[in-house]
Design a binder for this molecule. Structure first.
Ligand code: AMP
Length: 280
């Protein structure tokens, strides 16, 4: 039986497990992360959190219309073999008097000019919430999706800068590949906000990554990717080919990644893939 807990005091007996933080509105991408966590955990507990974190939303309207349905999400977690579902209130995560300033940000959270530049304050909020959730849950491992590539890099860097440990206990950050819909669109809770017409157009993001992957030169790849978005009436925010780890300029012999952010209707979507040579 899965345990649903709202207060951090009920988390004592699930330390040292595998943790999957989410904002709910669960889809198969989240479920895949939970199944990965289940495999990694063995007899240790799998803990999932559902918390729509106000400090990582740079647009109030995005926070307000973010889909929420705890009952449905809890049933999905139980089906994925989760032991503990932690669904705290804002007061539990940020008790009165908690430090409101974000922790020191790693370079990858502030310098690339990608999500950091387009969502002011976002990674401050992400770091703040991860720090709190890691303190409360105290996992041995945490699983994050590659879908949010810069976020994964930021959380990895934050933990690495603390020597691979959290308050003295070792913590490993594990990345899991992006789970996609049949047409290649990366699964996202925000996809449910798309009408049928915009939903069809949203596949342009993955097409953009495939097209960019056909060019060996980063600038040409970015341009080719942008053209795919525009041809599908999708508004590009950025198409960027970067070093996969630092998100700085590509370095010869090092892994690279193409990252895209775009607006479809009023909905902002992101995706990324290995570069060059990405295929579904
Ligand atoms: P969110 O609820 O959107 O904050 O996402 C919670 C976790 O699920 C994050 O680590 C995301 O990167 C991951 N995630 C979201 N969508 C996908 C996807 N399509 N494939 C894999 N992981 C995902």
């Amino acid at each position: 039986m899965m345990k649903l807990v709202h207060d951090s005091t009920e988390l004592h007996d699930c330390r040292g497990g595998v943790f999957v933080p989410t904002m709910g509105a669960l889809h198969d991408g989240h479920i895949t992360l939970m199944k990965r966590a289940r495999e990694l955990a063995g007899a240790r507990p799998v803990v999932v959190s559902i918390f729509v974190n106000p400090t990582q939303f740079n647009e109030k309207s995005d926070f307000e219309r973010y889909p929420r349905n705890l009952e449905r999400d809890a049933a999905l977690c139980e089906g994925a073999g989760v032991d503990v579902l932690f669904a705290p209130t804002v007061e539990v995560v940020y008790p009165p008097g908690h430090a409101t300033h974000p922790p020191m940000l790693p370079a990858v959270a502030a310098e690339p000019g990608l999500e950091d530049a387009h969502r002011q304050g976002h990674f401050g909020g992400v770091c703040m919430v991860c720090k709190r959730l890691f303190e409360l849950v105290r996992p041995r491992q945490a699983v994050f999706g590659e879908k949010d590539w810069q976020q994964l890099a930021v959380v990895r860097a934050m933990v690495r800068e603390l020597g691979g440990a959290w308050e003295g206990a070792p913590l490993e950050i594990i990345g899991h590949p992006t789970v996609r819909e049949a047409d290649g669109l990366a699964m996202s809770s925000r996809n449910t906000l798309l009408g049928p017409n915009h939903r069809r157009r949203a596949a342009a993001l993955v097409k953009c990554l495939i097209e960019a992957g056909r060019y060996a030169d980063p600038a040409r790849a970015e341009e080719a990717g942008r053209l795919v978005l525009l041809a599908n009436l999708v508004e590009p925010e950025y198409v960027a080919v970067r070093d996969a780890a630092t998100l700085g300029p590509v370095r010869p012999g090092e892994a690279a990644r193409c990252l895209v952010a775009a607006r479809v209707g009023g909905v902002r979507l992101i995706d990324n893939a290995v570069w060059p040579g990405f295929a579904l």
